[in-house]
Design a binder for this molecule. Structure first.
Ligand code: PBG
Length: 333
């Protein structure tokens, strides 16, 4: 009888040993919590497809911010749901727009909490696209105009930095968006404000619940001319290469779970911090199955998070951030 000479199980025989050789861990410092802010007053409206996630009006937001701070979470990603939209997404760069107002208030209530401003036009355009759109009657097709969109994005980023945003997170995937925003920020005196680029963003069905939440579903067409084809991986490298060359400070991959290979490829190739976005449908699916009693929410979520870290992510944007923080702070199980 030949016994194996290589014994991998030796390092798994007790909890202390497993703790000692554990390669990855999630900490509260890794988490970014998305928040949806809206106009009007006295709004705390739960998003039906995202139980536990709310639209907040500014007069009710402070309690939520204090809770986030008390949990030890260091950063929030702000999405605005404006009451006005127009053809060009003008309200996105309004100095008194919803994201700008929320940023000012949060920095007043919790100066240490990092505010990451989502910089995109889709919530602010009537048609729901992420840039300036021209409709071609003959072709019956709407085209998103790359270069005119860049100017509006840069203006939006500057107005967010003026309001106190610590990090600008542009998500519209137009060519040259990082360079345009970097130049805009530098010219306005915000050389120190970093850009967290949604470098690799797929045209994904995993955004469905978010689009309901942000009222940002495109009214016609889709985002396939500017977001990436889920079938492509090499193209992700080209996207990220150009963002790095243009001055991105963080690289984001979105969605998360179905795109772990992309996180890994970026980790192997770049030294910049890698961010993964655990998007809305990834949240909704877990919530729905947990509500049925089909899965154990806490262990599924923690396993998912450590898997993001193992794949190479430094930071995780997740709607579970508050839950995770409270699990990490609480007694170990
Ligand atoms: C667009 C944007 C989207 C998400 C974040 N920013 C949706 C889209 O591209 O249609 C999705 C996030 C999620 O699903 O949680 N600015």
């Amino acid at each position: 009888m030949a016994y194996p000479t290589v014994r991998n199980r030796r390092l798994r025989t007790s909890a202390a040993l497993r703790n000692m050789v554990r390669e990855h861990a999630v900490t509260v410092n890794d988490l970014i919590y998305p928040i949806f802010v809206t106009h009007e007053s006295n709004v705390k409206h739960e998003i039906p497809s995202m139980p536990g996630v709310f639209h907040w009006s500014l007069d009710r937001l402070e309690v939520e911010i204090q809770e986030i701070v008390a949990l030890g979470i260091q950063s929030v990603l702000l999405f605005g749901i404006p009451h006005e939209k127009d053809a060009h997404g003008g309200p996105a760069s309004d100095p008194n727009g919803i994201v700008q107002q929320a940023t000012r208030l949060i920095k007043q209530w919790a100066p240490q909490l990092l505010v990451i401003a989502d910089t995109c036009l889709c919530q602010f355009t009537e048609h729901g696209h992420c840039g300036v759109v021209q409709y071609d009657e003959a072709k019956k097709r709407a085209d998103v105009l790359n270069d005119p969109s860049l100017e509006l994005l840069a203006k939006t980023a500057v107005s967010q930095a003026e309001a106190g945003a610590d990090i600008i997170a542009p998500s519209n995937m137009m060519d040259g968006f990082v360079a345009a925003i970097r130049q805009g920020l530098d010219e306005a005196g915000y050389q120190d404000v970093p850009i967290m680029s949604y470098a690799v963003k797929y045209a994904s069905s995993f955004y469905g619940p978010f689009r309901d939440a942000a009222h940002s579903a495109p009214q016609f067409g889709d985002r396939k001319t500017y977001q990436m084809d889920p079938a492509n991986a090499r193209e992700a490298i080209r996207e990220a290469d150009s963002d790095v060359a243009e001055g991105a400070d963080f690289l984001m991959v979105k969605p998360g779970l179905a795109y772990m290979d992309i996180v890994y490829r970026l980790r192997e190739r770049y030294e910049l911090p890698i961010v993964v976005y655990n998007v809305s449908a990834e949240y909704s699916m877990v919530k729905a199955a947990a509500a049925q009693g089909w899965i154990d929410e806490r262990s599924i979520v923690l396993e998912t998070m450590v898997s993001f870290k193992r794949a190479g992510a430094d930071l995780i944007i997740t709607y579970f951030a508050k839950d995770i923080a409270s699990w990490l702070n609480g007694p170990r199980s």
